[in-house]
Design a protein around this ligand. Structure first.
Ligand SMILES: *Cc1c(COP(=O)(O)O)cnc(C)c1O
Length: 230
């Protein structure tokens, strides 16, 4: 089912490098997730709210759930009670909704801002310009954000064989992170998570400064329909 040896090898390698491994369990069965949990994996990533809710209710409470997909505002409320990190904040209105729902749930919720560096039109995330504009608004009314904590950036590289292209994009994200750290989060050690790298490009991402990798297919094998068969 899952690639046990691969998980052992990669999780040991990432641990040694102090890089957090998020196992992307979208479209994977409860049994597969439980198997990886039993090996010691605790961080799992999902990108659909309904799928996440259904799995979360069936699986151990100490799993740290990461939301990595495009998030609609009207679905925020449902994941707020338990979500560990939302990687995909790509607009101000979403950040505002997370703040609102987190406040009413009495939680402080950790988020990452998703940047779009890749060339593909299909990838979500903010341009550097939109990201800077969001940060300006955020700075201008800091007391308004008592229930969200911006922990860093998330980004994806273009899906290509061209290693230099991928490296260039990861470096761009990392450099942007350093820039923002100095301009907006100076002396705030909370702003420290750089989420980049997936199955195909994680070694490069780590070389470029990633400290959180989101990995699916390499650990779980091909994705299928996630529902347990009756
Ligand atoms: C699916 C997904 C991943 C994992 O992709 P793999 O190639 O299976 O490792 C990582 N990040 C995001 C945002 C995803 O949607």
């Amino acid at each position: 089912m899952i690639n046990v040896e691969v998980w052992k090898e990669i999780s040991a390698e990432l641990k040694a490098k102090q890089v957090r491994l998020v196992a992307v369990s979208k479209q994977q069965s409860l049994a597969a997730i439980r198997q990886m949990y039993d090996l010691g994996q605790r961080d799992f990533g999902e990108n659909y709210v309904q799928e996440l809710l259904s799995k979360q209710s069936e699986l151990p409470e100490d799993i740290r759930w990461h939301f990595i997909g495009h998030l609609q505002r009207n679905k925020v409320k449902q994941i707020i009670p338990f979500i560990s990190l939302i990687h995909s904040v790509d607009r101000l209105s979403l950040l505002q909704e997370i703040q609102k729902q987190a406040a009413s749930a009495g939680r402080v919720v950790d988020v990452l801002l998703q940047v779009r560096i890749a060339q593909e039109e299909t990838k979500y995330g903010m341009s550097t310009k939109d990201l800077m504009a969001l940060l300006e608004t955020y700075e201008a009314s800091k007391e308004q954000w008592s229930s969200v904590r911006i922990r860093g950036l998330m980004g994806m590289a273009t899906f290509t064989e061209d290693q230099e292209q991928i490296r260039k994009e990861f470096m761009e994200i990392k450099n942007l992170m350093t820039l923002i750290q100095e301009s907006h989060f100076l002396f705030q050690s909370d702003f420290s998570i750089c989420s980049m790298g997936m199955s195909s490009d994680y070694p490069l991402a780590i070389e470029c400064g990633s400290n959180m990798v989101r990995m699916g297919s390499l650990l779980f094998g091909a994705r299928g329909y996630w529902k347990e068969q009756p």
